[in-house]
Write a protein that binds this ligand. Structure first.
Ligand SMILES: Nc1nc2c(ncn2[C@@H]2O[C@H](COP(=O)(O)OP(=O)(O)OP(=O)(O)O)[C@@H](O)[C@H]2O)c(=O)[nH]1
Ligand SMILES: [Mg+2]
Length: 223
């Protein structure tokens, strides 16, 4: 004991015993990097930590929303052609084991029935089995909100107690008053939905709602 005690005050030794790790860094969305693409659940990264998945109709603007949030226009591939994102794409963040997930869009008509069934099966497998899923971001075009599929997703979240955020996106396509009315319509239609934690008017091009969206994601990812 002699030598150690002689060079370090006792109070510091005690302090070191309790202060073992530094507090984690705040999440920075600019840090997002492509991690991997998965065709099915077994290809996904290990199911630990926390991730937030973006779901919604084909062409709704999921990949564009992810690119806007991460300030990286090239991160998630976007396209005018619906059905672009066919795999589950994972993006890592600067916090260990925190991920954003771009899900394949649903409701894309121009693919074969078999392919559709295949995607839907992978999607529902992911949603039901993934334990690290901390919340779902449902992206819908503010001009065409709450399609049958969207409502199914809302009901699914409600049934499974999964926190839900809705991004009513492409708000730049409407006048502000029209966008506000559309948002109120969604709010009123979903007034009894308990799992809905954030309903945000969004635009990837105008960056509307970006800070609210990031704050909601951080709340879920930091737990
Ligand atoms: N004006 C405007 N266009 C947008 C916005 N978000 C997306 N878009 C456009 O909508 C189209 C589809 O966007 P994506 O982000 O590829 O849509 P997605 O939901 O990822 O589509 P899938 O991968 O096919 O499921 C692209 O042409 C985008 O540029 C937005 O906020 N405003
Ligand atoms: Mg996409």
């Amino acid at each position: 004991m002699g030598q150690f005690a002689a060079t370090r005050p006792f109070a510091h030794v005690i302090q070191d015993l309790f202060v073992t790790t530094e507090p984690p860094k705040p999440i920075s969305y600019n840090s997002a990097r492509f991690l991997l693409s998965a065709a099915q659940l077994s290809d996904c990264p290990p199911d630990s930590g926390r991730e937030v998945a973006f779901a919604g109709r084909s062409n709704a603007g999921k990949s564009s929303a992810i690119n806007c949030i991460t300030t990286n226009g090239k991160l998630a591939r976007t396209s005018k052609t619906p059905g672009r994102t066919r795999l589950i794409n994972f993006f890592s963040l600067n916090r260990e084991n925190c991920r954003l997930v771009d899900l394949p869009g649903y409701g894309y008509a121009k693919v074969s029935r078999d392919m559709k069934d295949d995607w839907q099966q992978h999607l529902s497998h992911y949603l039901t089995e993934r334990r690290s899923l901390a919340g779902l971001v449902l992206v819908m075009d503010i001009r065409h909100p709450l399609t049958d599929f969207d409502q199914m997703m809302v009901e699914w979240c409600e049934h499974n107690n999964l926190p839900l955020m809705i991004l009513a996106t492409k708000a730049d396509k409407l006048k502000f008053g029209q966008a506000k009315t559309a948002l109120l319509g969604i709010k009123s239609a979903l007034k009894d939905v308990q799992c809905l934690q954030h309903l945000i008017m969004f635009s990837a091009t105008a960056k509307t709602g970006l800070e609210d969206c990031r704050n909601g994601l951080t709340q879920w990812l930091e737990g």
